[in-house]
Design a protein around this ligand. Structure first.
Ligand SMILES: Nc1ncnc2c1ncn2[C@@H]1O[C@H](COP(=O)(O)OP(=O)(O)OP(=O)(O)O)[C@@H](O)[C@H]1O
Ligand SMILES: [Mg+2]
Length: 409
């Protein structure tokens, strides 16, 4: 057992005791700043919900489903990803929380990964590479990175960048990220820009950290935990209601854009931790929707060639069970300039050209599928003028996805 203080930058939030064998928070002591508790963790002056805080803390760790995690943990000599959290004081490059050892006078300025260098040992090991030095340093934001795909943070030209691999035989995710960025460039949708990196013929996507030392990302899942969802309220409505209760502007416009993109590229993994909002850490003031990130699990990324076509069966998240239902939630398409997407298939062709993983037949099937989806999106936009239909879909909870944090891969 080790005593710590949960910190939000330099603001002490609460004292806690961490079981160093399991990584579990076994007790919470004094609560100093309930308002600065992580969003979705119920807290009042004097008390904080330990179950929720543990869920939040566990959620900071690398998920057990991460590609390559077992081998990496064995090399690091650590039995579970939760135990890595303590090694980097729980610091991340997506928010401003950390734990300070009791009695220590450490300042956020001296430890945060935004301004201070960090070790790439964990990231290299996660990528199956040599750590780089004999003495492995565990002071790394990779210990607090979420998601299923192999990934690592790297400082490139002074900027914090996330490098992410692909999966399966086609390794399509990095190409998809690059295409989604181009689509959103053309449509003026606020997004994280992903570029393609080839290393030893393997594709990776690279994007800059969109969080700064002053801001933080809060996932939709955590936003939605700020209130209980009544059974008769749809997941979609609950999200917008929570945003409006918290004073987050522009949520509906941002969701409209995200759902239109996801319909076009057939995104199958827009779970509730794959979008969210940004707030200022110091003032707790919400800035608005986060730019769109993590759009790689799309365009039939894991399908064999014969299954690549616009009407292929596809998983749908985060609000409805089917893409055809979900697109009906879009209340406004007037911002969508279809002419800006002219020739988008050429752009995709260019992006995947030369890939050792995507042959010509797959490439052409993807381009055709994308153009057919574009046609379907135009039809959906035309249909949406029938407002009554939109409303029926919004309130129909029967078609809703199961309401959960979502990462079930
Ligand atoms: N550019 C970024 N800046 C800051 N934080 C980021 C950035 N990109 C991703 N993140 C954070 O890292 C997490 C994991 O990244 P990402 O969702 O891209 O990985 P993934 O492996 O594709 O995830 P999934 O398991 O959803 O497929 C995100 O949920 C988000 O919290
Ligand atoms: Mg993700």
């Amino acid at each position: 057992m080790k005593p710590y203080t949960l910190m939000h930058k330099n603001i002490p939030v609460a004292d806690l005791a961490l079981d160093t064998a399991s990584g579990v928070i076994i007790s919470i002591g004094a609560v100093y700043e309930a308002a600065h508790a992580p969003v979705g963790v119920p807290a009042r002056e004097g008390s904080m919900d330990r179950g929720s805080l543990n869920e939040w803390w566990r959620g900071r760790a690398i998920p057990a489903s991460r590609s390559g995690i077992r081998a990496a943990l064995s090399e690091l000599g650590v039995s579970a990803p939760e135990l890595l959290l303590e090694k980097c004081l729980g610091l991340s490059l997506s928010d401003q929380y950390w734990i300070r050892p009791a009695g220590s006078s450490l300042l956020w300025e001296n430890v945060n990964f935004f301004d201070n260098p960090f070790s790439e040992d964990v990231g290299n090991i996660l990528f199956g590479k040599e750590p780089g030095s004999a003495e492995i340093s565990l002071m790394s934001p990779d210990n607090t990175s979420d998601g299923w795909l192999r990934k690592k943070w790297k400082i490139i030209d002074g900027k914090r960048c996330l490098i992410k691999g692909g999966s399966g035989a086609a390794r399509q995710e990095p190409y998809n990220e690059a295409l989604a960025s181009r689509i959103m460039d053309r449509l003026d949708i606020p997004h994280v820009s992903y570029s393609l990196l080839l290393e030893e013929d393997y594709p990776y996507s690279v994007c800059e950290d969109f969080i700064t030392p002053d801001t933080e990302l809060i996932s939709a899942w955590n936003i939605m935990k700020t209130a209980k969802k009544p059974n008769h309220v749809s997941v979609y409505r609950h999200y917008l209601d929570c945003c409006s209760r918290l004073g987050i502007g522009g949520a509906k416009d941002a969701v409209n854009r995200m759902l239109a993109l996801d319909y076009l590229i057939v995104n199958e993994d827009r779970h509730l931790n794959n979008f969210g909002v940004v707030r200022r850490a110091d003032t707790l003031e919400y800035i608005g929707a986060a730019p769109i990130y993590d759009s790689g699990t799309s365009l039939w990324f894991d399908r064999p060639l014969p299954m690549i076509h616009a009407r292929a069966k596809a998983v749908c998240k985060p609000f409805k069970n089917s893409h055809d239902e979900q697109i009906r939630l879009v209340t406004d398409f007037s911002w969508l300039d279809f002419s800006a997407l002219k020739g988008i298939d050429e752009e995709l062709r260019e992006i995947v050209k030369g890939s050792l993983f995507i042959d010509e037949a797959r490439r052409e099937a993807l381009c055709q599928g994308l153009m057919d989806r574009l046609g379907m999106l135009e039809e959906a936009a035309l249909l949406s003028t029938k407002q009554a239909y939109v409303e029926r879909t919004e309130f129909d909870v029967a078609q809703d996805v199961a309401y959960s944090g979502g990462e079930d891969r």
